[in-house]
Design a protein. Sequence first.
Length: 247
Amino acid sequence: MRIAFLSDIHGNREALDACIAHAERHGVDQFVVLGDLVGYGADPAYVVDRVRELEARGGIVIKGNHDAAASAGVSAGMNEHASKAITWTYDELDDDARDFLRALPMRVEDEERLYVHSEAAAPSEWRYVTDASSAERSLRAASQRLTFCGHIHVPQLYHMAPQKPAVGFKPQNNSPIPLVASRKWLMVQGAVGQPRDQNPAAAYGLLDAKRNEMTYMRVPYDIERAARKIHAAGLPQILAARLYIGR
């Protein structure tokens, strides 16, 4: 079974479509969306509809902090640009889309896999996994061998052997990583629609469960079109500018 992990789409239609098409060419059997469908980008309604199609085909969808904010129209704790995008997004979504986002689960356990948006120790606190210490906290909180999350917009990978501390490294793009069975693994996905690792290409992950391998994928997409729509919507210009630089 091959599972594609899409995280932090952030209303970016062009990036989402590119990642789905790329994953389907690689024979994916299931999609797992790890939250933040909306926020920042100019196509929140389209993204929600497309993700709901993936769910109808057997996919799994997790709630992100921007989804929670957009479904309620409340952006407490967010910076000025994110807050403006949430207000705009709330108005762009209809009641059905808001209800869908509001009802999304915070975590899903699937055999030996755990899916969350932020981290496993306290998913509703939206804490970031930024180093081995925060990764270890998440790994110890999970009973599953494999944990998948997003939230930070930067691809990361951590593993922890029994009685050992967590160790992290930066995964190489498009290179399969064997997930040694004796260790627990935390796979932090990059962002589909708002990368922040100085690489503007859309990011997603592909797990080959049969081979027990994880691959971090990068996919080019029409950034110019996505940016033009952000400008046309009257959203903060920085949300378009950062698409070009992946920051």
